[in-house]
Design a protein around this ligand. Structure first.
Ligand SMILES: Cc1cc2nc3c(=O)[nH]c(=O)nc-3n(C[C@H](O)[C@H](O)[C@H](O)COP(=O)(O)O)c2cc1C
Length: 360
């Protein structure tokens, strides 16, 4: 199955067939999902899997508790932000309405709604139940990593012909879940997930939720980045007084040595790969990821790439005059100089050889 097919065919399955999933397949899915990325490779996910008799025993406990407390025991985190505003509020509302419409449950039918809500706590009859937890010391970034792991598991499931139902609803039974699973104190439950074969005939599985299509913000021709300016042709730099810009130019010059890095980091937002690399790498340096900045410096120190200062000197030695500004694009520095006879020349200096390769 192609990734695009897995992405498009994954839906939240709210009715599963009574058909077991081999344990080996479950293990394979989790083993595949573990290749999900995580900041600093923290891999902050913790996964518990329940099947068979253990799952039934657990569901029995929850069903018993539900009789007295249909809305559970409170959550440890807000499933949705308080005071959620549009467009998010409207999307949430529509998703709920569309879901109930598939099973003919009206807004007024409170009992019908509660019944459907309660099906969450049977994992919609999935034969495999998972719980995802995270260490309490983790912050927003790591919660996002956990989300990537979960989505990876959901996509891997598709390749195995399986469907999934991620369920934050389980957060309302966090104490019961933690207790049953004997989760260590430091772990906090994020959500549950049902896994199994979809019941294609169940009307609720006909739900296809909307997607907003127009929210991408492509910054195509110019991208402001702190003191530096990224333009179509490369990274321009005027004053030579600001350290961050200096580092950006150096890193831009070094970036093309690390094949594929620039386009991968640019995510297609800025069209010129050489130009895109510098801000991406500079941002990493500012966020505390020093390795690529160090790599760039090493590349300059070891002579694999010349520094902006060396490029400036090389240009000025061939075209004496007043240095105006410089930019980097492709693998070439472009140094702008005003000559004594008041001409402006742009001198091209190869970043690897350090040689002047042209002027206009
Ligand atoms: C982290 C997470 C938690 C969710 N929790 C629930 C849940 O408790 N119950 C439920 O019916 N759907 C739940 N959903 C499913 C969403 O409603 C669903 O993903 C969304 O409406 C988009 O529809 P789709 O998954 O079919 O594409 C959850 C989804 C995610 C990603």
């Amino acid at each position: 199955m192609k990734v695009s097919e897995a992405l498009k065919s994954r839906i939240t399955c709210r009715a599963f067939l009574d058909k077991p999933v081999p344990e080996e397949t479950v293990r394979q899915i989790l083993d595949e999902a573990k290749y999900a990325p995580s900041g600093g490779n923290l891999q902050p996910w913790h996964v518990y899997v329940l099947t068979g008799a253990r799952l039934n025993a657990f569901l029995g406990i929850v069903a018993e508790k539900q009789k007295d407390a249909p809305f559970g025991e409170g959550t440890e985190y807000d499933i949705y932000p308080k005071g959620l505003t549009d467009p998010y509020k409207a999307r949430r509302f529509k998703c709920g309405e569309d879901m109930y419409a598939t099973i003919g449950v009206t807004r007024e039918d409170k009992a019908g709604r509660l019944q459907q809500f309660a099906r969450n706590f049977r994992f919609f009859d999935a034969p495999v139940a998972m719980f995802f937890a995270i260490d309490r010391q983790m912050g927003l970034g790591q919660w996002s990593d956990l989300g990537m792991f979960i989505q990876s598991a959901m996509l891997a499931a598709r390749e195995h012909g399986l469907h999934t139902a991620p369920q934050e609803a389980w957060a309302i039974w966090h104490k019961t879940v933690s207790e049953f699973l004997a989760m260590p104190e430091e772990l906090m439950l994020f959500c549950g997930m049902g896994l199994g074969y979809m019941d294609e005939r169940a009307p609720i599985n006909n739900l296809r939720t909307d997607r907003a299509h127009s929210e991408w913000r492509f910054l195509k021709d110019a991208c402001k980045f702190r003191s530096s300016r990224v333009q179509r042709r490369g990274l321009r730099y005027g004053g030579m007084t600001q350290t961050s810009t200096w580092i950006a130019l150096t890193i831009a010059a070094a970036a093309f040595l690390f094949g594929g890095l620039a386009p991968a980091r640019a995510d297609g937002i800025v069209p010129d790969p050489g130009a895109a690399a510098a801000p991406a790498l500079l941002q990493e340096a500012q966020w505390g990821y020093h390795s690529e900045q160090d790599d760039a410096r090493d590349a300059v120190r070891s002579g694999r790439v010349i520094s902006p200062g060396q490029a400036k000197q090389a240009a000025l030695s061939r075209f004496p005059g007043k240095f105006l500004d410089m930019s980097f694009g492709g693998q070439t520095y472009h140094v702008k100089i005003r000559t004594p006879d008041n001409r402006v020349v742009v001198v091209a200096v190869d970043a690897v050889s350090g040689r002047v390769v042209g002027a206009r």
